[in-house]
Ligand binder design. Sequence first.
Ligand code: AMP
Ligand code: MG
Length: 336
Amino acid sequence: MRRCVLAAAAACLLLLAACAQGETKAWEGELLAMDTIMKLTLYGENAPQAGAAAMDRIRELEGLLSVTGEGSDVYRANHTGSAQLSPDAAALLDRALALCRETDGALDVTVYPVVRAWGFTTGEYRVPDDGELEALLERVDYRQATLEGDRVTLPEGVELDLGGVAKGYTGDQLMALLEGEGVASAIVELGGNVQALGAKPDGSPWRVALQAPEGGYAGVLEIVDRAVVTSGGYQRYFEQDGEIYWHIIDPAQGRPARSGLQSVTIVAEEGTLCDGLSTALFVMGRERALDFWRTREDFECVLISEDNTVAVTEGLEESFSLYGDWEGRPLEIIRR
Ligand code: AMP
Ligand code: MG
């Protein structure tokens, strides 16, 4: 095994010129949470107080949702098979299970035994053999997790991992908190997730850059009141015998999803939806992902394929543009 990479989360999506706008001063906060670097940029009189509350809220959600943190709701559920969840964990699990159903299991919150076997939660990376994966896949099926009220029940061997959706939920919670604190303009970067409250203080849209798979930036999205979430094979991976293995698992195979995509970026109002779908559409691959998009009205997406072609759904036609070295490359606008 040659090397293991946890791509610096802050590099996943860069905010272009998101700092102080003219005379308006920004409050900025940074912390390490949920295995990534988180950065908050808030404007307005109440920003320092709102920022402190937002940081506390992030730490609280990390404590509840972490799969490895002893004492988290997810940890308790996985270690006892039945647990009373906090309102946050219950709300997120409920939403996540709905997304598992809607994506026909491309998102599967019970994929944890497989993710762990590959070493993605511990950093002890390895390639499990076919027999091991076959046995582990018996334990992967989101339909076996039942949520009644705030109580989750898991059959023997089934374990939850909300890692594919937790940062999205955190973004939604931060937007609600900041709005409640009277902040009208803010942007939060939670690893590969970016979520904006309102527009920039001068009324113009936020400009969010999409990382190119090989580094640098492939495109820019202009957003107001939106979440932008990217799942990419380059975000966390290891290499063994010349093969790259990344952290997004196809729950049907128990292996890193090789769907022909390098990254999926979802744009929508709801961060949880963006996060769940970025993982799921990566697993689906381009054609299935676009068929899925055609059945929905609640999100738009940018797909970067292995041949570096970029497909953008029509709702982003005005707000997306290729950037830098990518400017001359083929850009396909997908219509309904
Ligand atoms: P994301 O970065 O949002 O795409 O989520 C990837 C994380 O979710 C991984 O690190 C795993 O912990 C977990 N995961 C990987 N594949 C799946 C999947 N198909 N469904 C649900 N969670 C997954
Ligand atoms: Mg995700």
